[in-house]
Design a protein. Structure first.
Length: 135
């Protein structure tokens, strides 16, 4: 048998687009390919998964990071939340006029607020599709 090795440094394979990063004190099973190079076969506890390329993502106990072409999932969700607040604000300020009580009302006085948010939400939808589309 081979001796156990402690505190070995793991490096991604040259040209690899992903990294599996073990947690501290994790048990790693490796097969030696040469005296200096081993392939990781199993990791008992992952600290992070990292993928880099056209789409970059990291998954760890802190959360998920997803990015493509400078656009991040977090940024899109923040924009979506901000525009949802704008809708709520516009609804709260909704003002219409009626010629006589009981008659049909006119279009909202603050119609431009709704049109603006609708346009922004359509653009956000396209940005989500671009970020989350299949390769």
């Amino acid at each position: 048998g081979s001796p156990e090795i402690f505190e070995a440094k793991l490096f991604p394979f040259p040209g690899a687009t992903y990294q599996l990063i073990p947690a501290d004190q994790s048990e790693v099973l490796a097969a030696w390919l040469s005296k200096q190079v081993a392939a990781v076969l199993s990791i008992s506890d992952l600290a992070e998964i990292k993928v880099e390329g056209t789409t970059n993502y990291r998954l760890n106990e802190g959360g998920v990071f997803l990015e493509r072409s400078g656009e991040t999932l977090l940024g899109l969700l923040q924009d979506l939340t901000a525009n949802t607040r704008k809708i709520a604000d516009a609804v709260a300020k909704l003002t219409v006029t009626c010629a006589v009580p009981g008659s049909p009302s006119t279009i909202p006085v603050n119609l431009a607020s709704f049109v603006s948010v609708s346009t922004t939400l359509n653009a956000l939808s396209t940005r989500f599709e671009t970020l989350l589309k299949d390769a």
